[in-house]
Design a protein around this ligand. Structure first.
Ligand SMILES: *Cc1c(COP(=O)(O)O)cnc(C)c1O
Length: 426
């Protein structure tokens, strides 16, 4: 794809066009292993670049504040219908600008300031919007946190501690119980959370930001209909444009819609909503089911090859699109920060991550989080996962040697060019 380097942008603003061209080159020639990223389709990108960016559409289809919304209504209705069909939901709100706004809207719509919310600890895999003190969520609501069970040698530990969830729910009587994580490698079964929520009279929100695409593709259990509300991002495993969405049972529709607008946001991004509609249609096709299962298979292959390289896998393996490495078993001196920076120089893009009970700070960490959604989209399979694991092993065994990093960088470039996510159309 060459739209970054030619066309109206290159003519009118070569400075920005050049930066975008360089970013395109970076995405094509380095390995994208950030678990929350993907390569969205040219069709999704075409919709984001459409004239709908010009339109003000405050309100909802059929109930807008400004005129001229015939087509904004059509596209937003299409997006809502498609996502409801995809997940089997009663009601959908496709206006959240991001996963963070979707989560905040649920709290705003279904709880009051100061209410108790039970969610996953940030340092064990939860998200900032699950009550971090630096987030508006943590400043506005009273969060109580659960975590994971201790690590064990059998690889059966570091799982969400459901006994703790139940004990805390009984003691704290939360208004909302939140399931969902940002760094966790196991399937999250919504059913036990539902039972605990019913036992204590709490609402149950499932934050599917990460696994939304795996759920849509049938590789993970669907929380829709089990949870009262499901939030997710459209840009992670779901492979759509950057944004968020909320699905809920009919009885919460009014409260959720009012929380997004006028509660939290102004005019919706109808061009992004058009792109969400495109992504929802893509995710409903049989190819996407294949894709979701390949993502999981690739993560398992990457994980077991990395275990062979000497890394310890948090939870002992993976059932989703992520692999979380405990670097201490590999090299007790190696920090997540140093590993991330060395891999970056070798063209392997990933992020450092705290592991459960990490002795190091969130800025330094003892872990790395890797993900397979993007490179699976590019067409890589289990064979390439083994290659990637050995490249990572080579870099991290010799991470201060620039010669090794440069050599791996060349091999990474050749590998990526054989699996170009955006081949030139001509
Ligand atoms: C990514 C993520 C979010 C937030 O999504 P943004 O689009 O970055 O705001 C919320 N919850 C979880 C669990 C996430 O992983």
């Amino acid at each position: 794809m060459s739209f970054e380097m030619t066309g109206p942008l290159a003519t009118s603003d070569p400075e920005v066009a050049k930066i975008l061209g360089e970013e395109l080159d970076r995405q094509r020639t380095t390995l994208q292993l950030i678990a929350s990223e993907n390569f969205t389709s040219p069709a999704v990108m075409a919709a984001t670049a459409s004239v709908l960016t010009n339109k003000y559409s405050e309100g909802y289809p059929g109930r807008r504040y400004y005129g001229g919304n015939v087509f904004a209504d059509e596209v937003e209705d299409l997006a809502r219908d498609r996502v409801k069909a995809l997940f089997g939901a009663d009601h959908a709100n496709v206006q959240p600008h991001a996963g963070a706004s979707a989560n905040l809207a649920v709290y705003l719509g279904l709880a009051s300031a100061g209410d108790t919310i039970l969610a996953m600890r940030l340092d064990q895999g939860g998200h900032l919007t699950h009550g971090s003190p630096v987030s508006i969520t943590g400043k506005t609501y009273r969060f109580v946190s659960y975590g994971v069970t201790p690590a064990d040698d059998a690889g059966t530990g570091e799982r969400i501690d459901m006994d703790l969830v139940r004990d805390l729910a009984i003691r704290e009587r939360p208004r909302i119980i939140v399931a969902g994580t940002t760094a966790y490698t196991r399937i999250i079964d919504p059913q036990p959370f539902r039972e605990i929520a019913d036992e204590v009279g709490a609402l149950f929100m499932f934050d599917a930001a990460h696994p939304a695409g795996l759920i849509a593709g049938g590789a993970h259990p669907n929380p829709v209909g089990v949870a009262d509300v499901v939030t997710f991002t459209t840009h992670k495993t779901l492979r759509g444009p950057r944004g968020g969405a909320i699905l809920c049972n009919a009885e919460y529709a009014k409260a959720i819609d009012a929380a997004i607008f006028p509660g939290l946001q102004g005019g919706p991004l109808e061009h992004i909503i058009a792109a969400k509609a495109v992504a929802f249609a893509e995710a409903s096709r049989p190819e996407f089911t294949t894709y979701a299962h390949e993502v999981v298979k690739n993560a398992a292959a990457l994980g077991s090859a990395l275990a062979t390289e000497g890394f310890r896998l948090v939870t002992g393996g993976t059932e989703n699109h992520q692999v979380i490495l405990d670097l201490r078993a590999f090299d007790s001196e190696l920090t997540g920060k140093a590993a991330q920076e060395a891999l970056d120089r070798a063209g392997i893009t990933c992020n450092r991550n705290q592991i459960p009970d990490d002795p190091r700070s969130p800025f330094v960490t003892s872990g790395l989080r890797l993900g397979t959604p993007a490179e699976t989209t590019a067409g890589m399979g289990v064979e390439q996962m083994a290659t990637i694991a050995s490249l990572i092993g080579r870099v991290l065994r010799d991470y201060e040697n620039e010669e090794t990093l440069a050599k791996v960088r060349d091999e990474v470039r050749s590998l990526c060019l054989a699996f170009d996510p955006y081949p030139d159309p001509n």
